[in-house]
Design a protein around this ligand. Sequence first.
Ligand code: PLP
Length: 441
Amino acid sequence: MSSTYVMHRSLRNTPPVATRGKGVWLYDAGGNAWLDGSGGAAVSCLGHGHPAVIDAMHRQIDQLAYAHTGFFTTEPAETLAQRLVDDAPGDASHAYFVSGGSEAIEAALKMARQYFVEIGQPQRTHIIARRQSYHGNTLGALAVGGNEWRRQQFAPLLIDVAHVSPCYEYRDRHENETAEQYSQRLVRELEDTILKLGADKVIAFCAEPIVGATAGALPPTPGYFKGVREICDKYGILLIADEVMCGMGRTGTLYAVEQEDIVPDLITIAKGLGGGYQPIGAVVVQKRIADAMQKGTGFFQHGHTYIGHATACAAALAVQNVIRDENLLERVRQLSLVLQQELRERFSGHPHVGDIRGRGLFFGLELVKDRATKQVFDPALQLHARVKREAFARGLMVYPMGGTIDGRQGDHILLAPPFIITENEIDMLVQRLAAAIQAAI
Ligand code: PLP
């Protein structure tokens, strides 16, 4: 296609036209096939064309596609909210539906602020987040995120957010430090930041349990989130866990924080919630937050036209039903071992793969020029983008990321295949990725 009226991500290149999807495969009109090794951007947890989800959407559209939530609620919204709340850690009581991840973060930030206004602490005005993080592209979410490449030109429009160090063991743990000591050091840094801002001035600490889009599936070190939770409790600060990418089974448990054994006050979810069948996200809310709002003004001062969209909720409910009924969390845990083994066999000794990390079906490779010194590649090379291109040319989709964070350029490749991927397809994914990396460097 030579010209286009869609303003694509790139105004210079038009991507191929996707015409069909089935399982882990996407096709164009010419019959070219791509293995969806990243679920798009960790979205397509059930792959493409799942009949149960399509049936559920048909049934919902036949009955009622949409009813404005200023007038009505709907059965799929109610049933989905109950499911999310029942399965969430702690004493969750409500789910607030939105249309995607950035919207979920915006809603969580405003809900956290409103909570403190409701309970008589309006002096709390600060948000703390981490430098190596991505929370979305709307102005509030961009302010909370730490990716300078995405933030730079919009900086004058962003609210002031305090950023602390990420939990990035591969690069930042000192040699003479255990993983637990490293966790404690980071928690002390968070506490120092809270005290600097004023302990009674902070609304919330916002973090991805496993960092996705800025660091290629970066898991926390042991004790990190426990320590974070304790510090937040000590100063009455809310903890927002951003599970937009890592939630909904991607790491082998429905919520990634289950593996940290903590209860966040608010959890944001999106991508795997609707699995790409419909745009949907949510904030899962602990009861004490919802109670305070109910006793206070009695409503959440927020809202978009499409919140709680009936067809989106029906699609997400169907996705979540398939995950439960087909025991897909167990499948993710089993396939995780296969993926890890294949990645380690293929890349452990690779001169340019510095780190292989992740959980469940959420894995990242960090590419380095020199394994011994962890020296990064020249940013001008845009190696991550080259790997993406080379993989795409070989019929494989992987999610690349780079960008300057803490003044250092990283090249990361994120894998997040659908939960229905087979062992053979994992093998094919890793083989194609290896060929792409070789061709790119
Ligand atoms: N939060 C996290 C952790 C994400 O990874 C993303 C997207 O990659 C977002 C928020 C923003 O979600 P969306 O692109 O649906 O607005």
